[in-house]
Write a protein that binds this ligand. Structure first.
Ligand SMILES: C[S@@+](CC[C@H](N)C(=O)[O-])C[C@H]1O[C@@H](n2cnc3c(N)ncnc32)[C@H](O)[C@@H]1O
Length: 223
């Protein structure tokens, strides 16, 4: 395991022991002090599986309202903004959002420091496309249902939700610290927010070290 991943394990464990399930993200970004090598998910480029889906599905993003959940260092939000979308990217980490502004000084993205669990009320049912990549899988099981509920409720009538995460079968051993692989059953909770699953892909991500099992799902709020 590389240094960045072991530091995630140490910080998340310390946070969990104090009953704090998300405080470690800000600590990690602060410790990184501008060095993206210290952030295991910071690829300094947009997510391939996002661009692959945008191209294959031919989803219309130009002039649409898009929300990037847990946007980290902003590459996915920037990619979507360059396609002409009106993008809001949010993260609970002030340092991550400051880093986005520093990396992309001329950005068209509306970056915001927002905790998913206390997001502005007017985000409800407001986005034509919500993009959730690797945030839910970074949260422990006790708060994942609530995270899923919050994310699902951001999707506007006729809007879509794209989810990309690690996947596992229920009988596979669950990780004790992040990243956590998710089961299809857990993800089904999105349907309780009024969404319908329109596609589900299950593949081995050979682009990432360790070649994890990956799920890519699309949901829609049928108008
Ligand atoms: C594993 S990282 C993934 C970042 C980015 N989506 C990517 O794929 O590179 C998860 C991100 O979600 C953010 N995050 C975690 N919990 C959050 C919450 N409750 N509200 C908003 N952002 C959150 C973290 O700060 C972190 O930037």
């Amino acid at each position: 395991m590389n240094n960045a991943r072991s530091r995630v394990r140490e910080l998340s464990q310390q946070s969990y022991q104090q009953g704090d399930y998300t405080g470690w993200f800000e600590k990690l970004y602060v410790e990184a002090a501008g060095n993206a090598d210290a952030i295991p998910w910071a690829d300094r480029g947009f997510n391939y599986w996002l661009s692959d889906w945008v191209e294959k599905s031919q989803v219309v993003v130009r002039d649409r309202r898009l929300l990037v959940v847990g946007c980290g260092l902003g590459d996915d939000a920037e990619y979507l903004a360059k396609l002409g979308a009106k993008v809001t990217g949010f993260d609970l980490s002030q340092t991550a959002i400051d880093w986005c502004h520093q990396r992309f000084p001329d950005s068209q993205v509306n970056y915001q420091v927002v905790d998913l669990f206390t997001a502005p009320a007017d985000w409800k049912l407001s986005f034509d496309l919500v993009v959730e990549i690797y945030t839910i899988q970074a949260l422990p099981a006790n708060i994942r249902p609530s995270a899923i509920d919050c994310i699902g409720n951001f999707v506007a009538p006729d809007g879509k939700l794209l989810v990309i995460c690690r996947g596992r079968e229920p009988e596979d051993l669950a990780a004790d610290l992040p990243p956590f692989a998710l089961t299809q059953n857990e993800l089904n909770k999105f349907t309780t927010t009024g969404l319908t699953q329109v596609s589900f892909e299950d593949f081995i991500d050979t682009l990432e070290s360790g070649a994890p099992r990956r799920f890519r799902l699309v949901y829609q709020r049928l108008a």
